[in-house]
Structures are given as C-alpha cells and as structure tokens.
Design a protein around this ligand. Structure first.
Ligand SMILES: C[S@@+](CC[C@H](N)C(=O)[O-])C[C@H]1O[C@@H](n2cnc3c(N)ncnc32)[C@H](O)[C@@H]1O
Length: 311
C-alpha cells in the first residue's frame, strides 16, 4: 500500500464519525506522530546515520526546512552527552539568589529544565519543597543522585507533568532560551497557583579581566552566542523585577575546560574542531601570565534574575 493511502486510511479510522470528538482524537494522534517523528530525527542525527538533506527528503521538506524545524531542539536536548563535564565544569549559583528568585511566602517550587541540579540543590537546602523537571535522561540521572530530596520528573517546559495550580514558584536557570516560549508561557501559568512567580536566571561570565576576555573570544570563535538575559514576558505575567549578583566561581583549569566542553554549541561541533577548541582553551589557561602558578582560578560571574508574578 502507498504511504499516502495508508495515512488516509489511518486518518479516517481515527476521525471515525467526525465532529468535535473525531477532531480531538485526530489531533491527539497527529501530536503523537509528530513527537515520534522528532524522536526519529534525533536518533538519526545523534548516530550520524542520515544527513539533513536525507531527513528533509524523507519528510517532504528541503534541507533548510528540516534544519530550521529540528536543529534547535536537537541542540536543546544535547546536554546529556556531556553531563559529567556539565556537573564538573559549570558554575553553581550564589546562595543569595534563592531569596530573589523565590518569594518568601512560597513553599512548593518547580525547577524547570533543572539539568544536573545545580540550582535544585540550593532550593532544597533553603527548606523548599522542590520538584525538578528535566527532559534529558542523562542529566536527570545525575540530578536524582546529586539532590535526592527533590522529586525528579521527566518532562519539558512545553508539557509540564504537574497538575494545575500546584506550585507557588517556578525557576528556570540557564534554560529559558531553549524553550518553545509560545507553548511554555501558558504551561507555566497553568501549573502556578494564583499570584505565583516565575524567575528566569542566567550566569553571565564577567569578561573584564583580560584572560577571561581571551577565553570568551576562543569560546565563541565558531559560534557567537546571543542570549537575551533580561527578557520581557508576555501576559498573564506582570512587570519584571530584576536583580544582579556579582560573584566568583572558584575552579581549576580542568573545571574551565569542562565548562567549555559542556556548552551545547561545543557538543555540536565536528569532532576535530571540538578537540582543537578544547586544546586551545587548555593552552590559554596554561600560558596566560595572569594565571601562572595558580592551582585554583576564580572565574568572575554576574548572575542575572528576572522575576515576574502571575496576574
Ligand atoms: C544549560 S542547562 C541548565 C541546567 C540547570 N538549570 C542549571 O542551571 O545548571 C539547560 C537544560 O535545559 C534542558 N532543556 C532543554 N530544552 C528543554 C525544554 N524544552 N524544557 C525543559 N528543559 C529543557 C536541557 O536538557 C538542559 O538540562
């Protein structure tokens, strides 16, 4: 049977009887099929089993159409490949952030896109009742081991596995730019209790020291990164409150190399370019005069937080 004929037969079976009920069933199946198609694309690209050209052809699209549709999501879901480097190399957050990201009256907090739990741990230590949602299995495994007191759930910002109005605050650290924000905004509003808050957090490297500036130039030579770390949020959220905390992440040369290796655009580089970049970072750290003879290196950061309230 031709694929088109098969599709038509399945569609007719699913929408049997038509009407609003048939439409609802058909939409559910289309969503599940699209989800499966995305998984297949991810499998094919991860194993380098097919080019974007071939994937586009199989989906009746151009190469550019297929890349536009899936490459961003693939990048967003690539962190698990380097989960150990992430856990070792990425900075945490200053303790003072919790008081700004989560209002005093909040008890139940959702850490969305929680990764390996770098912020989750601080929320738990502050005595909050924390549920951490993370789509990537590798990141989730480390999160569950690092923060056993948090309830860890598989899910995404576009489909949060929590009931309506079930949390007082949502925090999103270093992950908002990966979400489909059109779907995430109503989904976050759905799980928040009336008057609940959403905080968006980013760690931004402070490049005022020459060696940190040189590191930044190296890191972005193949992929300049532009993230809006002071975003505006649409209704139903209100006016933003913004805060910045300056602090230092004390690490080692190996920690900085892992911080670079865990960036999604570095994970996505062709292997030879990735190896060359990491070697260049090691070389910079070993030879820069400002870092000579240092076992520990203080990497300066500014943590930016934007908090909005529902309604
Ligand atoms: C840069 S990491 C940040 C992790 C953690 N919040 C932290 O501060 O270390 C981004 C995380 O967002 C997750 N992510 C990507 N797309 C997502 C989505 N649509 N919904 C929820 N999380 C997502 C990734 O799997 C990854 O763990």
């Amino acid at each position: 049977m031709e694929t088109g004929d098969l599709g038509r037969r399945v569609a007719e079976d699913v929408a049997d009887g038509g009407g609003v009920e048939g439409l609802r069933r058909l939409s559910g199946v289309i969503e599940a099929l699209e989800e499966r198609r995305t998984e297949l694309v991810e499998e094919l690209r991860r194993g380098r089993e097919a080019t974007w050209e071939e994937i586009g052809r199989a989906c009746g699209m151009t190469r550019q159409g297929a890349t536009r549709r899936w490459a961003g999501r693939l990048r967003a879901r690539s962190f698990g490949v380097a989960a150990d480097a992430y856990q070792h190399g990425r900075p945490g957050y200053p303790r003072a952030l919790v008081g700004s990201a989560v209002p005093r009256e909040a008890r139940r907090v959702l850490d969305l896109g929680a990764g390996t739990g770098k912020l989750t741990g601080l929320l738990v230590e502050a005595g909050l009742d924390v549920v951490a949602v993370e789509p990537d299995e590798g990141m989730r495994a480390r999160l569950a081991a690092a923060v056993p007191k948090a309830a860890v759930r598989a899910g995404s910002a576009e489909r949060i596995p929590l009931p309506d109005g079930s949390v007082d605050a949502v925090v999103v650290a270093q992950a908002w730019h990966w979400f489909d924000q059109t779907a995430a905004v109503p989904e976050i509003a759905r799980v928040l209790a009336p008057g609940g808050t959403l905080a968006l957090v980013w760690n931004v490297r402070d490049e005022s020291e020459p060696w940190a500036a040189a590191l930044g130039v190296l890191m972005h030579r193949s992929a300049p990164q532009r993230i809006d770390t002071r975003p505006a949020l649409p209704a139903p959220f209100g006016a933003p409150e913004r805060l910045e905390i300056r602090w230092e992440h004390v690490t080692t040369r190996a920690g900085i190399v892992d911080m670079v290796a865990s960036r999604s655009y570095v994970i996505a580089l062709p292997e030879d370019e990735r190896v060359r970049l990491l070697a260049d970072v090691e070389q910079l750290l070993a030879t820069h005069p400002d870092l000579a003879d240092r076992e520990e290196i203080a990497l300066p950061y500014v943590t930016r937080c934007t908090r909005v309230r529902l309604g």
